[in-house]
Design a protein around this ligand. Structure first.
Ligand SMILES: CC(C)(COP(=O)(O)OP(=O)(O)OC[C@H]1O[C@@H](n2cnc3c(N)ncnc32)[C@H](O)[C@@H]1OP(=O)(O)O)[C@@H](O)C(=O)NCCC(=O)NCCS
Length: 168
C-alpha cells in the first residue's frame, strides 16, 4: 500500500520481502550509531518489520514505511510516523533512516517533508516531533529543514535527546 510519493521516492507499507534490505541497514554500526540499542540482528529486524506490516498496531495510519527509489525500485530506507507517550503526553514523531551509501543527497529531507505534508493535510495531525539523540547533528539538520525547532531536551532512558517540534 502506497502512502505517498515525492519526486524521487515512493513511501509504502513494509513488506515481508523487505527483510534482507532492512536487515542490512540495521546491521550497519554507523547507521545505528544514534539509536538506543545500536545495531539489530536479523531476527530483531524481522520482529520490527512484522510489527509494522499493516501500519502501527496502535494506529494503522502511522508506522514505519519503506522508502523506495521511484526510478530503480531500490529500497533506500525506512521512514514514517511513530506514536509515543512522552512525559505523559501523546506525541507523533517523524522518523527517517536512509541507506548510508545515499546520505547527503537530500533524500531524508525529501521523504520527511512528504511525511510532514501527509500528516498535516491528509491525516489532520497538527503537532509533530522528532526525538534526536544528542550529537546526531545530521538528523537535527533534517528536522530544522522541516521547519522544526528545538523545543527542549528529553531524558530518554538510553541518553539525553533533543526534542524538536513543529505545529501546522
Ligand atoms: C539523518 C539521516 C536520515 C540524514 O539523511 P540524508 O538523506 O543524508 O539527509 P539529507 O541529505 O536530506 O540532509 C542532511 C542534512 O544534514 C547535513 N549533515 C549531514 N551530516 C551532518 C553532520 N555530521 N553534521 C551536521 N550536519 C550534517 C547535510 O549537510 C544536510 O544539510 P544541508 O542540506 O543544509 O547541507 C541519515 O544520516 C541517517 O539515516 N542516519 C542514521 C539514522 C538516523 O540517525 N535517523 C534519525 C534518527 S533521530
Amino acid at each position: 500500500m502506497i502512502l505517498l510519493q515525492t519526486p524521487r521516492l515512493t513511501l509504502r507499507r513494509l513488506l515481508p520481502g523487505d527483510l534482507d534490505a532492512l536487515a542490512a541497514l540495521y546491521a550497519d554500526e554507523e547507521t545505528r550509531r544514534h539509536f538506543p540499542h545500536g545495531t539489530r540482528t536479523r531476527a530483531q529486524t524481522q520482529e520490527e518489520l512484522e510489527w509494522h506490516l499493516h501500519g502501527h498496531p496502535d494506529d494503522p495510519r502511522l508506522g514505519l514505511w519503506a522508502a523506495v527509489e521511484r526510478s530503480s525500485g531500490a529500497f533506500l530506507g525506512r521512514c514514517g510516523l511513530l506514536p509515543w507517550i512522552l512525559d505523559g503526553v501523546d506525541e507523533i514523531e517523524v522518523a527517517y533512516l536512509i541507506d548510508r551509501s545515499r546520505w547527503g543527497q537530500g533524500l531524508a529531507t525529501e521523504a520527511a517533508q512528504g511525511i510532514v505534508d501527509h500528516a498535516h493535510h491528509t491525516l489532520g495531525i497538527d503537532r509533530l516531533i522528532a526525538v534526536i539523540k544528542h550529537g546526531n547533528t545530521a538528523s537535527a539538520r533534517v528536522a530544522e529543514k522541516l521547519g522544526m525547532h528545538h523545543e527542549r531536551d528529553y531524558r530518554h532512558p538510553a541518553g539525553l535527546c533533543w526534542l524538536y517540534a513543529r505545529n501546522r
